[in-house]
Design a protein. Structure first.
Length: 533
């Protein structure tokens, strides 16, 4: 005497099914993520009422994925809270269908489908991307509940009847359409489950075998995780990469939720510093591996996992760009990276080589972000000709205090400026070795921040009297009684044709260099800048 209810789902769009089917053609596989996360939600809901109502359930909770090749069906089964007939009417017929409708109307005109980060929001209805017909069999946890069976072909008519189901929970049965039979293949299913469900907090089983890691490292307490475990996790995420330079374990629940482990990678030539490398999760459900909005631009190389359960994920990326949460996440990341660098910088010897890998990003960050600058202002490291291989600016200036206070001598090309380096070495001056592109900008920035510091390249027209010259070194030249300076001035003026050329003759004490051309620092920088522009 099974009573069958045939009904119409009241949504405004006549038939969203064709749109859904066409939509996100290449992203069909996300249906599995949606169904598995609904199953996980259903178990969490049951665990919650279990706690609140003291139901004394002691089940082994899991989500099972099974295929029946002959029938052409894929089943997602959970032993969660289940649904009564009324709940199916409400949550599936009304809410799931109308939210799918809303989702479609919101995004159907979007040119770039990838803009919807993680494509959240489609939910249960995404089953119709791959199935001609979907069945639900469910038994609610509620006492005396009766099993229900619902089926629908994606159109607005459905069928609902009571159904003898022995175990509490829900089965979602998909009758896969002809062009999606790939999802009957265990290998293909495994691949999709690995991608989206690898870190879900409950066992996800494919043909009885658990495929996920229910307790991803980021969900643990940082103090209980060893360095070796962090490295192991990294190697699992990026099997081809070299070990990272350092990592940060985020475990924040106030003022917002953010968990995760981010790694600063070793920047090999193959590493793409312009791509986004962080995997974004929402309560351990994989969402996207492009979440560049969340990362400050200067930290783009960061790798690892972020789990941001509070983020409104069913929004476009342009929306994310104006989302205040996103700013806060960026600030937290910048702050934590700065903190880690401060910690590492305590030991200059081990920090030096790390610095060489990260310095471009740190300098870029300091120029972009005042807070980041303030935290790291005294941690900037330079390679030096001094006794130690690395020095901070403060330490350099301290040593230079007597001989050339506030002046920082640097070379931008050790090979090309070798004679000058020799000259400076002979005079006992310490020289910083800059060579990176960013340094020409960065030293201007440092000069702007500290008005009493001036950088002078070693071929600069450095202030008189700095180089150690022999007294009375001016020598008269030849017959017409000109000084050697005047004679050389005239000579070089003719051959070099340089406006404002000045020739100075001085005998440098202990120097094996016959002569050098010195260029005014500011003029040279200005010329380089205009040329670069
Ligand atoms: P969302 O998960 O965002 O709420 P969905 O469209 O995925 O939206 O699901 C709609 C609703 O259907 C859920 O909120 C839930 O109430 C119900 N539901 C879906 N799948 C299950 C399930 N496996 N067990 C119990 N309820 C479910
Ligand atoms: Mg859902």
């Amino acid at each position: 005497k099974a009573k069958v209810e045939q009904g119409e789902i009241s949504i405004h769009t006549e038939n969203i099914f064709p749109i859904i089917k066409k939509w996100l053609y290449s992203e069909h596989e996300i249906f599995l993520r949606e169904l598995v996360s609904n199953a996980v939600d259903a178990i969490h809901k049951l665990q919650h009422v279990n706690l609140v109502e003291g139901l004394q359930l002691s089940d082994e909770y899991a989500v099972d994925i099974e295929v029946d090749k002959d029938a052409g069906t894929l089943t997602v089964r959970d032993n969660g809270i289940g649904m009564t007939a009324d709940e199916v009417r409400k949550y599936i017929n009304q809410i799931a269908f109308s939210s799918a409708e809303e989702f479609v109307s919101r995004f159907k005109d979007l040119e770039d489908k990838k803009q919807i980060i993680g494509h959240f929001g489609l939910g249960f209805y995404s089953a119709f991307m791959v199935a001609d017909k979907v069945e639900i069999r469910s038994l609610s946890y509620a006492e005396g509940a009766e099993g229900v069976h619902w089926s629908c072909d994606g159109s607005t008519s459905y069928e609902l009847r009571s159904f003898p189901k022995a175990e509490r929970g829900t089965d979602i049965i998909l009758h896969l359409s002809d062009d999606t039979k790939e999802f009957l293949e265990p290998a293909r299913l495994r691949e999709v489950l690995k991608r989206y469900c690898n870190f879900l907090p409950l066992p996800i089983r494919l043909a009885g075998e658990t495929i996920n890691d229910c307790e991803p490292l980021w969900s643990r307490t940082p103090s209980e995780v060893s360095d070796e475990q962090y490295l192991e996790f990294y190697r699992k995420l990026y099997p081809l990469a070299e070990d990272p330079l350092f990592w940060i374990h985020l475990n924040i629940d106030f003022p917002f939720n953010l968990k995760g482990i981010v790694y600063f990678p070793r920047l090999t030539n193959e590493f793409d510093v312009t791509a986004s490398h962080i995997k974004l999760f929402c309560n351990q459900v994989f969402v996207s591996d492009d979440c560049r909005e969340l990362i400050p631009e200067f930290l783009t190389p960061l790798q690892g996992c972020l789990d941001a359960p509070d983020l409104p994920l069913n929004v476009s990326r342009s929306y994310l760009q104006n989302e205040p949460q996103v700013r806060k996440i960026q600030e937290v990341l910048a702050g934590r990276v700065a903190g880690k660098i401060v910690e590492l910088a305590k030991d200059l010897e081990s920090f030096g080589p790390i610095w060489e890998d990260i310095h471009t990003f740190v300098k870029f960050g300091m120029m972009k972000d005042e807070k980041f600058y303030k935290k790291l202002a005294d941690k900037v490291v330079f390679r030096t000709t001094g006794e130690e291989k690395y020095t901070t600016l403060d330490a350099y200036l301290e040593r230079a205090k007597e001989k050339h206070a506030g002046k920082v001598f640097y070379t931008s090309d050790e090979a090309a400026q070798a004679p000058y380096l020799k000259l400076f070495a002979d005079q006992g001056f310490e020289v910083l070795k800059l060579e990176a592109m960013i340094d020409s900008h960065f030293i201007q920035f440092l000069e702007m921040k500290n008005s009493e510091v001036k950088f002078e390249r070693i071929d600069a027209d450095i202030a008189d009297g700095l180089l150690d010259t022999e007294a009375g070194s001016e020598i008269a030249s030849g017959k017409d009684q000109k000084t050697l300076s005047e004679a050389l001035q005239e000579f070089f003026g003719k051959v070099l044709d340089i406006k404002g050329l000045k020739v100075r003759v001085e005998a440098l004490r202990d120097a094996a260099v016959p002569g050098v051309v010195l260029l005014n620092e500011q003029t040279r920088r200005f010329k380089e800048m205009t040329r670069a522009m």
